[in-house]
Write a protein that binds this ligand. Structure first.
Ligand code: SAH
Ligand code: SF4
Length: 342
């Protein structure tokens, strides 16, 4: 079976073409995909509206992959961290976050990350490898299967391990499966991609899929951002923000700018004023994320007073600025804490 292809790595078009060699009609592709994504079929034998011979030849050449859940840790705040083992022994993590009336799942796009942001534990691991489309989608399938009410999982955020735009084609394919009519049927209004700012890929992203955009800005001037996020040397703030201005937004939607607040680094009221000016030409809202500490990192979280002052400067300038105290700090599941082992 080792040379079998993973059905979950097929786009619908590729599956149509692949099936054509068996003389199967194009509509069979959608039928098979609905079996696996909507009815949770784990084997071809369950697909009772396909002939027995057809099912047998499919199962000889295709596998329906799953992720191996190695550990689930529950936080006292209700969030859960899933540790998945991949087929080559590497690991990725997803974090399930409780909201008032639904769940949000934070998923990973790479093992490790090449971006090397100074405040991020995943960044410290370096880049290990890209996830395949099936490995991205299977995080969602595995968690959904684990829920007593799977339909309560309505929101997906690409904010786990990795930089999604550095694994562009797999991430696009995964998003299409997440929102597709023959896929997992998430609303595209409830899928958010967070990027460190690969400006060159933002135009392509906006053309390829409809998705919410979050941008990890984290500093309001290039000098500070260069120190925190090496990618800023390639795509400085002006270049990133002009790509954001071109990004096609459905009506009334905004781009979320994430700003990790680090004591003495980017948390002065003057930084907030500068940020407010920078974002003025954009339809922007701001998520302030107080830095989550981890072992071996010298940065510190600002005082509560500094956080609130920063927020007030933005609110006084009519921005929606929300302080996001990360969930799951006690289980190492908070923003920037993922990925202690690859
Ligand atoms: N690579 C993408 C998505 C994953 S990181 C990106 O950078 O946007 C998800 C978010 O966690 C980013 O906004 C990042 O700035 C934030 N983050 C990383 N390390 C953090 C830390 N130690 N404390 C708080 N937020 C952190
Ligand atoms: Fe990678 Fe995002 Fe962490 Fe930066 S913040 S190292 S881009 S995961």
């Amino acid at each position: 079976m080792s040379d079998s292809q993973d059905l979950k790595n097929f786009t619908e078009n590729a599956l149509v073409e692949w099936l054509d060699q068996y003389g199967a009609a194009p509509y069979r592709a959608g039928q098979i995909l609905r079996w696996i994504y909507q009815r949770g079929a784990g084997s071809f034998s369950q697909m009772t509206d396909l002939s027995k011979d057809f099912r047998r030849s499919l199962s000889e050449q295709l596998v329906i992959s799953n992720l191996n859940t190695e550990q689930v840790q529950a936080s006292e705040d209700g969030s859960r961290k899933y540790l998945f083992r991949l087929k080559d022994g590497h690991h990725v993590e997803s974090v399930l976050i409780p909201e008032r009336d639904h769940w949000t799942l934070c998923i990973s796009s790479q093992v490790g990350c090449a971006m090397g942001c100074a405040f991020c534990l995943t960044g410290r691991m370096g880049w290990v490898r890209n996830l395949e489309p099936s490995e991205i989608v299977n995080q969602v399938c595995a968690v959904r299967n684990d829920l007593s009410n799977p339909s309560a999982l309505t929101n997906i955020v690409f904010m786990g391990m990795g930089e999604p735009l550095a694994n562009y084609s797999s991430v696009i394919q995964a998003i299409r499966t997440l929102v597709g009519p023959n896929g997992l049927q998430f609303s595209s209004r409830r899928v958010t991609l967070s990027t460190a700012g690969l400006a060159s890929k933002l135009d392509d992203l906006g053309q390829a899929v409809t998705v919410n955009l979050a941008v990890s800005l984290n500093a309001a001037d290039n000098e500070t951002r260069n120190k925190l996020m090496p990618i800023n040397r390639t795509y400085p703030i002006e270049m990133l923000l002009s790509a954001c201005r071109r990004f096609p937004l459905p009506s009334r939607r905004m781009i979320t700018f994430e700003y990790v607040l680090i004591a003495g680094v980017n948390d002065r009221p003057a930084d907030a004023e500068h940020l407010a000016k920078l974002l003025r030409p954009l339809r922007a809202k701001i998520n302030l994320i107080p830095f989550n500490p981890y072992e071996g990192c010298d940065f510190e979280k600002p005082s509560e007073n500094a956080i609130l002052t920063f927020q007030k400067v933005l609110m006084d300038r009519h921005y929606t600025a929300i302080v996001r105290h990360s969930k799951g700090v006690d289980i190492g599941a908070a923003c920037g804490q993922l990925g202690s082992r690859a």
